[in-house]
Design a protein around this ligand. Structure first.
Ligand SMILES: [Zn+2]
Ligand SMILES: [Zn+2]
Length: 328
């Protein structure tokens, strides 16, 4: 079944590339990017499959076991735009124009300076011959770096200015994972791609690693009353575990230092939170958001914007504001 699925995928990719992408490239004089564009087409199609799968599985679950009654359809629609932009549009373009050439240069730089990439096979001879084992090892290593990236998003003033856009969603839903500042998306995509390259992940494998990670992250943000039991919660980040990270007063300000402190930063595997002392289990399904967006007296009624462009603009302004505040 997997073989026939991947065959149909390859056929769809070739068809889309030959009938739409390639003619467009030649028409616009970008013929030299043919190879990158073929990869971009693969990312685009994987994104489409993700969106369909998520919608088919998570929408019925949101209707069946919601955490809260959905009272803000526009919020969900807006998050859907983020998902389309990131998983179908922007990321594909970033790969196309920026990431591929950059990675080529980076590889050349490593070779030139005699820096050898970390090789999983040297640590565990023969492991790369076991595709499934090496796949999960790579997933695990990338997740470790993602955990620290996320810690930095909360602990560095200007970065929290951007990441707070993700946290300002009070109506979390299946599309909320992608509600991020575009600049932050770009930084994270670059960061993870460079790490992946450095630890020797093959491009074909990287596409699948990112797809699996994105699907799991969408599940975590969905409006579903779901946890994985006391053992499961410690193995894989559940909607309940991640919701606690989004909870007002828990996720990012629980040590009383504004945007510092906080809990449940792990992206896929809670083990990082356990190891580094930031884990918090249980605790029900809390309300999400940021304290300063609540109306007075609890908060300051801070505006994080309702539409895509307003949210992006306010994110940039917070980045400057919090960055300056941190320097003072
Ligand atoms: Zn966060
Ligand atoms: Zn989140």
């Amino acid at each position: 079944m997997i073989a026939s699925l991947s065959d149909s995928f390859a056929t769809a990719q070739a068809w889309l590339f030959e009938t739409v992408v390639q003619p467009l490239l030649f028409w616009s004089g970008l013929g030299e990017f043919t190879e990158n564009a073929f990869e971009g087409t693969e990312w685009f199609l994987i994104g489409v499959c993700e969106l369909v799968l998520l919608w088919l599985v998570l929408r019925p679950l949101e209707a069946l076991i919601p955490v809260h009654a959905f009272n803000d359809r526009r919020a969900r629609w807006n998050d859907f735009i983020y998902t389309v932009v990131h998983r179908l549009g922007a990321f594909t373009l970033v790969i196309f124009f920026l990431l591929d050439p950059l990675i080529d240069q980076f590889t050349a730089f490593l070779h030139l300076h005699g820096i050898h990439q970390f090789d999983l096979d040297k640590v565990w001879p023969g492991v790369t011959d076991l595709p499934l084992v090496s796949f999960f090892l790579y997933l695990f290593v990338l997740d470790f770096f993602d955990y620290w990236y996320h810690r930095a998003q909360h602990n560095i003033g200007w970065w929290w200015g951007l990441h707070s856009l993700h946290h300002s969603q009070q109506n979390m839903n299946l599309w909320s994972d992608d509600r991020n500042h575009l600049l932050d998306d770009l930084l994270r995509d670059l960061f993870l791609a460079v790490i992946a390259l450095f630890i020797g992940v093959q491009p074909g494998q990287y596409v699948l690693l990112v797809a699996l990670s994105r699907i799991l992250q969408s599940v975590q943000h969905a409006n579903i009353r779901l946890h994985f039991g006391s053992v499961g919660e410690r193995l894989l980040v559940s909607p309940r575990f991640h919701r606690l990270h989004h909870a007002i007063g828990v996720g990012h300000e629980s040590r009383g230092r504004g945007s510092l402190g906080g809990h449940n930063f792990a992206v896929l595997f809670p083990v990082w939170d356990v190891l580094f002392g930031t884990a918090r289990f249980g605790g029900g399904f809390a309300l999400t958001g940021i304290r300063d967006q609540l109306p007075p007296p609890q908060g300051k009624g801070r505006d994080y914007g309702r539409g895509f462009w307003r949210q992006q603009w306010l994110g940039l302004r917070r980045m400057v504001e919090y960055g300056q505040r941190a320097r003072r």
